[in-house]
Design a protein around this ligand. Structure first.
Ligand SMILES: [Mg+2]
Length: 203
């Protein structure tokens, strides 16, 4: 299932998760782990599962603190974008509104981040829905008429696939598991751009 997607993708049927897909959120997590807790050997490649306490030999309180810090308003605004994401999303915005569905509870800071990151996209073309829970994404996507969803969490991909939405798995260290092979894997935004705009045209 990791071959190039062969069916046309209608941009208006697409939506996106944010953290781990558009936003390189865990880059900030790793930086904070090094700066605040001296975990200088930690890299993003060590984040081999979504539930970090299951794969990192780090005290649970420390992990919880780092996750809270990473997601707070101040650090959200420091998150780098995934390489190539801005270019592809800016192109896609010419076809219609960009729809982002996040499991974050509060949408304000990540919405501000999106507006700053996608500064060439008119503000009214950026729509963000915060569900507060991954399982709630399906209904939101269904109501929006979304057919394809770019997501980095395997469990969410599975849930969506069982309910008629085609997930694309955005490659991250925490989803490089055999179970991920059932979904088309996106290894870069450039690759995804090729799927959405085949032949380097398709404006
Ligand atoms: Mg995510």
């Amino acid at each position: 299932m990791n071959d190039a997607w062969r069916e046309p993708i209608d941009p208006i049927r697409l939506a996106f998760d944010i953290d781990g897909v558009v936003a390189d959120t865990m880059a900030v997590f790793v930086r904070l782990a090094r700066e605040r807790y001296g975990l200088t050997h930690l890299t993003k490649d060590d984040l081999r599962c979504y539930e970090l306490h299951e794969c990192l030999d780090v005290d649970r309180e420390v992990l919880n603190d780092l996750i809270c810090l990473t997601l707070d308003d101040e650090h959200t605004l420091q998150v780098p974008a995934m390489e190539g994401a801005t270019e592809v999303l800016t192109r896609l915005a010419r076809h219609g509104p960009l729809r982002f569905v996040t499991a974050r509870i509060w949408p304000e800071s990540i919405t501000r981040w999106l507006h700053l990151t996608l500064h060439e996209v008119p503000g009214d073309r950026i729509q963000v829905i915060a569900t507060g829970a991954p399982e709630a994404k399906r209904q939101v996507l269904h109501d929006l008429g979304i057919q394809f969803f770019l997501e980095d969490r395997l469990e969410t991909c599975r849930h969506l696939a069982l309910n008629g939405i085609q997930p694309f798995l955005y490659d991250q260290p925490w989803n490089r598991l055999p179970e991920g092979d059932e979904f088309p894997r996106i290894v870069s935004w450039d690759q995804f751009g090729e799927w959405v705009f085949p032949g380097n045209g398709g404006e």
